[in-house]
Design a protein around this ligand. Structure first.
Ligand SMILES: [Zn+2]
Length: 63
């Protein structure tokens, strides 16, 4: 399993393997993969691409 995610610390897209996967989570937007870059940056990878952990903000729900 290999995937790429944007790492803001590297400021580029990093190719990762399952060794970088630290878990999965279900969000209101669907399941996401939680990753940790070699540099220690963590983030999530969902259907719509990668998002750095620091950039994840709760989306206000109209419901
Ligand atoms: Zn990195």
């Amino acid at each position: 399993m290999m995937f790429s995610a944007f790492c803001p610390t590297h400021d580029s897209t990093i190719l990762m393997t399952r060794r970088n996967v630290i878990g999965f989570a279900n969000t209101e937007h669907g399941p996401v993969l939680q990753w940790r870059c070699n540099c220690g940056q963590e983030g999530v990878l969902g259907r719509h691409g990668s998002t750095a952990a620091a950039a994840v903000t709760p989306q206000p729900s109209a419901a």
